[in-house]
Ligand binder design. Structure first.
Ligand SMILES: NC(=O)c1ccc[n+]([C@@H]2O[C@H](COP(=O)([O-])OP(=O)(O)OC[C@H]3O[C@@H](n4cnc5c(N)ncnc54)[C@H](OP(=O)(O)O)[C@@H]3O)[C@@H](O)[C@H]2O)c1
Length: 368
């Protein structure tokens, strides 16, 4: 039973410690939880300013009952244990059982659509928010899309992002895990699958050369805007400023489609996890403000005209820490604007989240 309002589950990880860093900025007392007490303690010791944070460390088993017992009494769970397609559902079920709002750092569309289907109504009935993907991917893109939609007459959106940086161990595992699922975009209000193993040349505002982009699991926005009466069409692409890495991922996706897809599920997971292990065996260093810049853009169109928003921002993992803490702050003190399955902007408002980002990291917003 928690006496603290927030719980970080996965606090030993790269992202978990960033969530701790920004919960401290908001003066939110928290429990730092994970499957190994010593690893969580070691991670917390490295959080900047941790000596002024109010927190406890708790070891917990990854099962619904153990997690529900730990979560009960808190207001919000910040879950960073991924790949979420493997581990997320257990935490969602536990948060519901404990009567606690749930947010996580996924960017996995298939997992989000499944969570919406399986838990959306139960969370709504319980007056709780279920807000997966409260993370750089894809809150900043969602803010850009919401700004474009502020004025009427837009029914179609192309949304893209270009990030710089090295994925963490957990993110690399997640990227390969995503190869197994269908990836959707929205066309005439329907979810339509992207062609597999295909990259696209993407024009990023402010760049001379095109970037090799990928649906990257389809992105969170089709799941968030699926029921939005304003939006009929939405395609989302993701690129990293690392063309060779993207070329390699496309090769691996082809390898998956041709050689791994027909294997039993367990063997597929093992093979993908082994490839991911080779690509990122360790923990990358803290991001660098001058190197790890991101660009997110939403291009809106309708019969009435076009409108675009470009957001230039700082490092993606740091942004994730900010969004998690800002969302926790909102849920603890005011509750969500929408209960049940909600996007971060539906749960907390895009101007609130943009303001939070501007409070900690460089952000430039251009609207035309
Ligand atoms: N959408 C975004 O923008 C965004 C941003 C950041 C992160 N993410 C996602 O968030 C997830 C975490 O990323 P990360 O960078 O923090 O990875 P990480 O450094 O590898 O941390 C993973 C965390 O999950 C825990 N974990 C792994 N397997 C577990 C299991 N079977 N049972 C219980 N705990 C387990 C790890 O605990 P141990 O230390 O005990 O192994 C660790 O605390 C990934 O899925 C990543 O893709 C997304």
């Amino acid at each position: 039973m928690s006496k603290q309002p927030a719980i970080i589950y996965g606090a030993s990880g790269y992202t978990g410690r960033l969530v701790a860093e920004y919960l401290r900025e908001y003066d939110i007392p928290f429990i730092a939880a994970g499957r190994n007490q010593a690893r969580v303690e070691e991670a917390m010791a490295q959080v900047p300013g941790i000596e002024t944070a109010q927190y406890e460390v708790k070891e917990v088993a990854h099962d619904v009952d153990a997690l529900a017992e730990l979560f009960s009494g808190a207001k919000v769970v910040c879950n960073t244990v991924g790949p979420f397609s493997q581990f997320g559902e257990t935490a969602i079920e536990a948060a519901l059982k404990a009567g606690v709002h749930y947010i996580d750092t996924t960017g996995e569309q298939a997992y989000m659509l499944a969570a919406k289907e399986k838990f959306g109504e139960a969370y709504e009935a319980a007056g709780l928010a279920l807000v997966p993907s409260t993370a750089y991917m894809y809150v900043t893109s969602e803010i850009a899309a919401q700004i474009v939609l502020e004025e009427g007459g837009i029914d179609s959106l192309d949304v893209g992002l270009l990030a710089a940086g090295v994925p963490t161990y957990g993110s690399t595992q997640t990227i390969f895990d995503m190869l197994q699922s269908e990836h959707f975009y929205l066309q005439d209000d329907q979810l339509v699958p992207w062609q597999k193993a295909r990259g696209f040349e993407m024009q990023v505002p402010g760049r001379m050369m095109t970037q090799l982009a990928h649906p990257w699991g389809g992105g969170s926005l089709p799941a968030w805007f699926q029921d939005d009466y304003r939006v009929k069409n939405l395609r989302q692409l993701t690129a990293f400023d690392n063309r060779p890495m993207f070329e390699k991922i496309l090769e691996l996706q082809t390898h998956y489609e041709q050689n791994l897809k027909q294997l039993p599920k367990e063997e597929q997971l093992e093979a993908l996890s082994a490839i991911a292990d080779q690509m990122q065996p360790g923990m990358p260093p803290r991001e660098n403000m001058l190197k790890h810049r991101c660009v997110d853009f939403a291009l809106g169109r309708g019969t009435a005209g076009t409108r675009r928003c470009v957001i230039r921002s700082g490092p993606g993992y740091l942004q994730t820490g900010v969004f998690q803490a800002a969302m926790a702050h909102k849920l603890i003190h005011a509750g969500p604007d929408k209960v049940g399955f909600a996007s971060p902007c539906q749960a907390a408002g895009h101007h609130y989240l943009l303001g939070a980002l501007k409070s900690f990291l460089p952000v430039d917003v251009e609207v035309q």
